[in-house]
Design a binder for this molecule. Structure first.
Ligand code: AMP
Length: 466
């Protein structure tokens, strides 16, 4: 079997690792790939939005399936194009991808179809946007509607900050076309959780929830980044009285609630609007006092969540089979979807399966000097010898002409460690991270801290009870 994987980051390295592990004879081609992926397959230097070259590559090499990592080629319509050419591809069409690429579209769908989310208004004129900010009151959130590389969301503590953000986007052209339409949104507080569902458009499999860490520094301080780490499992949900609760049952119920109240109606809503979604739908949820609310949708796997999920994901059918089915347009119904631990508990048309994981995984991202502003590149990287249960995923790395591995981007490597608990996985990841060498290396030493704190609190509560 031959698969073309589009992308060259840590997410794609983790997917490459998983797919080649599930199917040892797999011939993997990546465009553009990276030095880590190069150890698992062939890397071809084609950019992720060069659709002509990608289509020619898929045809010439007769690939059985193309898997799309990042959102940019989806927004550019790679799936529409490959399908029209009769090429199997895993991902949503351009119209379905708007669930991520147009926050205005996503919000409208959620509001019309009763999917729980923050109240918001869409504006293109400064005066209207500022008036909306006043109706909501501070704190308020200003968002560029289009793709802005994770930088288009401004949490405004004061109306002054909101006015400045609105001016910046609508008049200052800060995010170009992506910011020509803004959302003014109610501020929500609570913990966040990321959930992934793989879907053929009708059936879906929900993968275990994860938490990522967007801030650069420990204790969630410092500037926002693309993500400094992620972990699972996240033992968090609601109890019968609707109070936030930290235990495995609450966590399982939360996944079912998200399946019923978020994934099923969103997939139905997209299909109803003539944009059936196939591929990976990512829901970022805020666990508010009033229940889970959607913060955002993404139309592809998360980065760095994928680097934490792949090492512990063990599903039947295999990920590769689910991707092939989606790619070929074969509904999952033909599969023995045996991953269910409570299949069909949801009313409505969508059939839900849920996957559980054994153990924990913590992913610590190693970033370059001056990340996230102006990351320095070209620093030599030395990676210690491989270790059982530790996975080194490349993101911003490259090999120089003489074969030296050097930094080539903001996020350089992701180190994922698997262990029986989040606490043990965190120390195992850190122990390895500390031995990776490159000048100016930055990382957080507290990935998974919320879960570790929860586990300690529970142990404390148990000790007091006993
Ligand atoms: P997004 O790109 O929509 O995921 O937003 C990035 C981050 O901004 C989210 O992960 C949240 O931490 C935060 N955020 C977005 N919308 C809100 C909101 N309405 N209230 C509070 N925080 C938000």
């Amino acid at each position: 079997m031959r698969i073309l994987l589009i992308g060259g980051g840590g997410r794609e390295h983790a997917l490459a690792w998983k797919l080649t592990r599930e199917e040892p004879g797999l011939e993997l081609i990546a465009a553009p790939g990276n030095p880590g992926i190069a150890e698992l397959g062939e890397c071809v230097p084609i950019g992720v939005t060069d659709l002509d070259a990608l289509e020619a590559l898929a045809r010439d090499r007769r690939v059985d399936l193309t898997v799309v990592g990042p959102e940019a080629p989806l927004e550019a319509g790679i799936v529409d194009r490959f399908r029209a050419a009769g090429l199997a591809i895993f991902g949503p069409t351009r119209a379905a991808a708007e669930i991520e690429t147009s926050k205005a579209f996503a919000k409208q769908l959620m509001l019309e179809d009763g999917i729980p989310t923050a109240r918001a208004e869409v504006h293109t004129v400064v005066a209207g946007a500022k008036a909306a900010a006043r109706r909501f009151g501070a704190p308020v959130v200003v968002k560029a509607s289009g793709l802005a590389a994770g930088k288009g969301v401004i949490i405004c503590k004061t109306l002054g900050d909101a006015d400045a953000a609105i001016d910046d986007m609508l008049e200052g052209n800060r995010f170009g076309a992506a910011g020509a339409e803004v959302l003014i949104e109610e501020f929500m507080s609570g913990e966040e959780i990321s959930l992934f569902a793989i879907t053929d458009g009708i059936h879906f499999v929900v993968l275990p929830g994860l938490q990522d860490h967007k801030r650069l520094a420990d204790k969630d301080l410092g500037p926002n980044t693309g993500g400094m780490g992620a972990y699972l499992p996240v033992q968090l949900g609601y109890d019968a009285d609707r109070e936030i609760s930290a235990n495995p049952d609450a966590a399982e119920n939360l996944v079912f609630e998200a399946a019923r109240e978020v994934f099923a109606p969103t997939l139905r809503g997209l299909a109803k609007r003539g944009r059936p979604f196939t591929g990976l739908l990512y829901a970022g949820l805020m666990l508010t006092k009033d229940g889970p609310r959607v913060v955002e949708f993404n139309c592809r796997f998360g980065d760095p969540e994928t680097q934490a999920l792949m090492p512990v994901l063990d599903i039947t059918p295999r990920l590769i089979d689910l991707m092939l089915a989606v790619g070929r347009g074969e509904p999952f119904a033909g599969f023995p979807v045996s991953v269910a631990s409570g299949e069909s508990r949801a009313p409505g048309s969508a059939r839900i399966s849920m996957v559980e994981v054994q153990g924990a995984c913590v992913t610590t991202v190693l970033a370059a000097q001056n990340y996230p502003e102006t990351p320095r590149t070209g620093d030599e990287i030395v990676i210690p010898p491989a270790e059982e249960g530790v996975f080194v995923f490349h993101a911003g790395t490259k090999r120089t002409d003489d074969g030296t591995l050097v930094t080539a981007g903001g996020r350089v490597l992701a180190i994922s460690a698997v262990a029986p608990s989040v606490e043990l996985a965190q120390s195992k990841s850190l122990e390895f991270v500390e031995r990776v060498r490159f000048a100016g290396k930055q990382f957080r030493s507290d990935i998974g801290w919320r879960e570790i704190e929860r586990q300690h609190q529970q142990a404390g509560a148990r000790a007091t009870r006993d």
